[in-house]
Design a protein around this ligand. Structure first.
Ligand SMILES: *Cc1c(COP(=O)(O)O)cnc(C)c1O
Length: 217
């Protein structure tokens, strides 16, 4: 079970960064993993999970939620507006608020339901054309627009470019969050979560290092 070693590494990274124990939330990313692997991690006590696909999550999590009280589910993949209602039924947090049309539809749903999931604005820190997220130079305006829509924001999220040092991206995200009074920083994955914690991550999204490689077969 790799969960225990990842949890230990997170604690060590918190200590090394002079941050209190428990200041980083581990999101175990279970997308496309076999049920047996996810169940083993649930049985080991992990309750916070991340999924990328609404349909996939809808097929497996209602049952696990019933069987394992206290599950907290985070949506970390691109969210299509036609799946928004289903997503709001399923998820406790959305890390991929990445465009005005989604913010507007989300605001209407949140108002109708009288409740909101935790919300993170995804910032495309590398300005990559193929990647989702608000460009860094438009982030302040987008955050202000979300607030004008009464959307309660928890923080920001980024996925740095594959082929670059993630540190400048983590720092940029932290900077944008700081000047907008946002405390949540969803950053860091299997390969760089300790670096992200040193740079202030509050939520790390770790998949393959816990569950093993994903088989998309
Ligand atoms: C799949 C995924 C992860 C987990 O990636 P690993 O490298 O397996 O830890 C984290 N964040 C997002 C947005 C993902 O899509």
């Amino acid at each position: 079970m790799e969960l225990e070693s990842i949890t230990r590494r997170i604690t060590a990274a918190e200590t090394a960064a002079g941050r209190p124990h428990g200041s980083v939330r581990l999101i175990a990313v279970s997308k496309v993993q076999p049920a047996a692997r996810v169940e083993a991690v649930l049985q080991a006590g992990q309750r916070v999970f991340g999924e990328n696909y609404v349909q996939e999550a809808a097929g497996k999590w209602p049952e696990w939620r019933a069987a394992y009280p206290g599950v907290e589910l985070h949506m970390i993949g691109p969210l299509q507006t036609n799946k928004l209602k289903l997503a709001l039924d399923l998820f406790d947090a959305i890390h991929t608020l990445d465009r005005p049309s989604l913010a507007e539809k989300l605001a209407r749903q949140v108002q109708a339901r009288g409740a909101s999931p935790q919300l993170f604005v995804q910032v495309n820190t590398g300005d990559e054309p193929q990647k989702a997220g608000i460009p860094p130079d438009q982030a302040d305006a987008f955050i202000a627009d979300c607030r004008a829509l009464d959307l309660p924001l928890t923080g920001l999220m980024c996925i740095p470019p594959d082929d670059q040092d993630p540190v400048p991206h983590f720092r940029l995200l932290r900077q944008i969050a700081g000047r907008n009074d946002l405390t949540g920083l969803s950053m860091g994955m299997s390969s760089d979560f300790e670096t992200a914690i040193a740079e202030g991550a509050t939520h790390v999204r770790v998949g393959s290092a816990i569950f093993g490689a994903r088989d998309y077969g």
